[in-house]
Design a protein around this ligand. Structure first.
Ligand SMILES: *[C@@H]1O[C@H](CO)[C@@H](O)[C@H](O)[C@H]1NC(C)=O
Ligand SMILES: *[C@@H]1O[C@H](CO)[C@@H](O)[C@H](O)[C@H]1NC(C)=O
Ligand SMILES: *[C@@H]1O[C@H](CO)[C@@H](O)[C@H](O)[C@H]1NC(C)=O
Length: 392
């Protein structure tokens, strides 16, 4: 049977459209993971409200970003024994209201944003931890039970208290930097088991600092199965500006960990980078320099999976840093890399130019203030003066 022309052409357009969507493919070497949630730009440019972090779907309008860890589930065991969540100016316990008996903010308005991003082939995951010290477990049993909670509240399970409603997140990201190092493997295993039983793919990533081994994350990195590791090559001696110093730059150690120690020998290692000089205490390099580093690293190490940026708001505030980086990554997406060219000026990176904030923190984890300028000493400023005392 011949299809009517309008239907046939509609179908053709549909299938072409589906093909042209750059779906997240974990086996590729040109993936771009960009954190969203903490409005790092707003925290460092407090007057410039026009460029504060926007709702999630704003960052899913093109094929630039492939994976979005939402930062952070900053409290594991809050009111009602359930976790809490902080997405800065977009959704938080002060402005958004909480589910009764819990400290889980009502972010159900983000369900459609999450689904929009997913419909464009991107994965949206939940980043756990951050600069809080409230991340940790006292036993393997408690960690495993927390796996049930995260599954039910954010992933493929069911619960009356789902901050993102019926949107199902694609996985979890661990950003542990306090609270404890033990039992995280039990947590990850439980989440993986639940996903397997539900016949669902779940992505597990982690964001250690580049110093090897990472003080907080090495235990779980060695004991659980990770799909990708977003190594933070900033705020440390092993940071991007020291790429040409062989005694500093240590991607080789991470590549060796991936091949020899990691339970998943196909784990991908990402180069984590600040998306602007104000996004980290130190470690920023411009897009051309980052592209060159990524290209050289990709041609040398088969574990290379792409680039991670902190964070989306900083990337957009920095002339779409994400887009420049992705364009450069796309050139030579296979193992044989070409030397990317970029239009951006290759100024020598300087840590002196960056704002020194939360140096010891894995990320610059700041809240936006409409009244106070965040400073080195008052790193955590809440969105509203009525907010409770921060736990970080
Ligand atoms: C995000 O979306 C919600 C729901 O549409 C809206 O109320 C809110 O103002 C938006 N936030 C920002 C920062 O645009
Ligand atoms: C959460 O917010 C939505 C509106 O965005 C509202 O319809 C719903 O009743 C709220 N849920 C709770 C538990 O407050
Ligand atoms: C929600 O999940 C928590 C943790 O798994 C559980 O204790 C609670 O009973 C669930 N509540 C509902 C209404 O499903």
């Amino acid at each position: 049977m011949m299809l009517p022309f309008w239907l046939a052409s509609g179908l053709a357009a549909l299938s072409f459209g589906a093909l042209s969507v750059a779906a997240y493919d974990p086996s590729r070497t040109d993936n771009l993971a960009v954190y969203w949630g903490q409005n790092s730009y707003g925290a460092t440019h407090s007057g410039d409200t026009a460029n504060y972090q926007k709702n999630l779907s704003n960052y899913c309008q093109d094929d630039t970003i492939n994976a979005i860890p939402m930062a952070f589930a900053n409290v594991f065991f809050g009111a009602g024994g359930l976790p809490s969540l902080d997405l800065s100016n977009i959704c938080n316990v002060v402005d958004s209201g909480v589910f009764p008996g819990t400290n889980l903010p009502n972010c159900t308005f983000l369900a459609k944003d999450i689904k929009t991003c997913q419909s464009k082939g991107k994965i949206v995951t939940l980043s756990l931890g951050g600069a809080t010290g409230a991340a940790g477990f006292s036993s393997a049993g408690q960690a495993s039970a927390f796996g049930d909670t995260i599954w039910n509240v954010f992933l493929g399970g069911k619960n009356a208290t789902r901050p993102f409603g019926d949107a199902e997140l694609d996985g979890i990201d661990l950003d542990i930097e306090g609270g404890g190092t033990q039992y995280f493997d039990s947590f990850v295993k439980r989440v993986r088991d639940l996903a397997k039983a539900a016949n669902r793919k779940v992505y597990v990533t982690g964001a250690p600092q580049c110093t090897f081994p990472d003080a907080y994350m090495s235990t779980v990195l060695n004991a659980a199965e990770f799909d990708a590791v977003y190594v933070q090559f900033y705020n440390n001696f092993c940071s991007l500006p020291n790429f040409n110093n062989p005694s500093a730059w240590n991607f080789g150690q991470w590549d060796s960990w991936a091949k020899k120690t990691s339970l998943n020998k196909d784990v991908k290692i990402f180069i984590g980078a600040p998306a602007a000089s104000s996004a980290a205490g130190s470690g920023y390099v411009d897009a051309a320099t980052l592209a060159k580093i990524a290209s050289e690293t990709r041609s040398k190490y088969s574990s290379f999976g792409g680039i991670m940026l902190w964070d989306a708001s900083q990337a957009y505030g920095n002339n779409r840093f994400d887009k420049a980086v992705k364009a450069a990554l796309g050139q030579g997406g296979s193992a044989s890399a070409t030397t990317p060219s970029s239009s951006s000026a290759s100024a020598k990176p300087s840590s002196a130019s960056s704002i020194k904030i939360a140096k010891s923190a894995k990320f610059t984890y700041l809240r936006v203030s409409t009244s106070a300028i965040p400073t080195q000493t008052s790193a955590f400023v809440w969105a509203k003066s009525s907010a409770p005392t921060p736990t970080h």
